[in-house]
Design a protein around this ligand. Structure first.
Ligand SMILES: [Fe+2]
Length: 389
């Protein structure tokens, strides 16, 4: 019995230790920190999570009076007692997160009116398209359950303040995020996404940042996105991955194709018989927040923010809807546990989905691409938001 209790303490200690690192990594990626520093911190996190269980085992498990040999916590040195106490505290956010995922978040992640799933790799094979996979090789693309070459097209419904809005035709916003052009997926995958976006018959197209991870692909990206400007007004902001490169060049090139950048500014436009205000924020990485919203005559105020961490700003400035990306839904969503990694001060709380947060609707897209092309239980997403306002 003592050995069993000891094994449980060691296991919980390892879980709590890993969770503390995950919490730190998620929050560190929410700030304006250079990619090199973040990479080093992530490497430290990888090393710590792998090494800690073995060090713990040697020092508190298999030693004389170790927890696996009938010893108790009080038989361990003061240093290791403190380490175990701190790491056991780390199990609290872990279990809170699991319970939240199981009992609350599953409803928020599934507020979907209709859902269509496309195996783009298979469609490409039938259509004899040759650049769906892309030419970049990455070890994770051979992962057999990798969903990076699928596309989920969702229609989600939002009702803002106006109770009479349900009798009117909704405003249809086509939202996609985090394209991450890096040659995996390839250009035909993105062309397929644009084809589906076109079919959704939207009143406006919205892209919420992370356009490019390989600057040589800028011309391809713009050529693929340009046809959407013939369908509906197109609005965009950039993201933290764009910030790593010559992002102003990305901005001017995409703007020249007909897309309208709204970062740090407002754009009022009549859509579906409504005055709609779009504003954008690329904080904390680029520029300034948009100026205070002018309420007069506007039916719905929409903030495009790459990171969902601008939620408090959106609430404080009277926006009705915030559209975000950045967190990729966690990219890997584990059974029972749910998403683990999401670069946000909220951790995985706003990893993806449609949320209501104190008077504001928030849609966080899972995104389309990824720098590391691995997705599991977390398909690339294109969304039509039907906004009743
Ligand atoms: Fe991203």
């Amino acid at each position: 019995m003592e050995q069993l209790t000891g094994a449980l303490i060691l296991l919980l200690s390892c879980i709590g230790h890993a969770e503390l690192w995950v919490v730190a990594v998620n929050r560190s990626h929410a700030f304006r920190i250079r990619a090199k520093s973040l990479r080093m911190f992530r490497a430290l996190h990888d090393l710590a999570i792998v090494v800690f269980p073995w060090v713990l085992l040697v020092n508190c498990g298999l030693n004389d009076h170790g927890l696996l040999r009938g010893g108790t916590l009080f038989d361990q040195t003061e240093f290791w007692r403190n380490v175990i106490a701190v790491t056991l505290l780390g199990t609290i956010p872990f279990f809170v997160g699991v319970i939240r995922w199981q009992w609350l978040r599953r409803f928020e992640f599934h507020k979907v009116a209709t859902r269509e799933i496309y195996n783009v790799a298979e469609i490409a094979r039938l259509k004899k398209l040759n650049d769906v996979r892309g030419s970049r090789w990455h070890p994770v693309v051979i992962w057999p359950w990798n969903e990076i070459l699928t596309l989920e097209v969702n229609v989600k419904r939002i009702q803002t303040r106006n109770d009479q809005a349900l009798s009117r035709r909704p405003l249809r916003l086509i939202h996609f995020s985090d394209l991450h052009f890096i040659d995996c997926p390839g250009s035909d995958f993105y062309r397929f996404m644009v084809e589906k976006a076109t079919e959704l018959n939207g009143d406006a197209m919205i892209f919420t940042g992370d356009l490019i991870d390989k600057p040589e692909l800028l011309a391809t990206a713009v050529e693929i996105l340009k046809p959407l400007t013939k369908i509906a007004p197109c609005f965009f902001i950039l993201g933290n991955h764009d910030w790593r490169y010559n992002y102003e060049h990305f901005r001017t090139t995409l703007s020249a194709s007909g897309w309208k950048c709204v970062t740090g500014s407002h754009e009022r436009i009549m859509l579906a018989e409504r005055q709609v205000l779009f504003a954008g924020s690329e904080l904390p990485w680029i520029g300034n927040p948009p100026p205070a919203v002018k309420h007069a005559g506007v039916d719905v105020r929409i903030l495009l923010s790459h990171s969902p961490d601008q939620l408090r700003f959106a609430q404080a400035h009277g926006y009705d809807l915030m559209l975000s990306g950045h967190t990729h839904g966690g990219q890997v969503v584990l059974p029972i546990i749910g998403p683990v990694y999401a670069p946000s001060i909220y951790g995985v709380d706003l990893a993806a989905g449609l949320f209501e947060r104190r008077g504001i609707a928030v849609h966080v897209s899972r995104g389309v691409g990824a720098k590391d092309p691995l997705r599991w239980n977390c398909r690339p997403e294109l969304t039509c938001l039907e906004v009743y306002c």
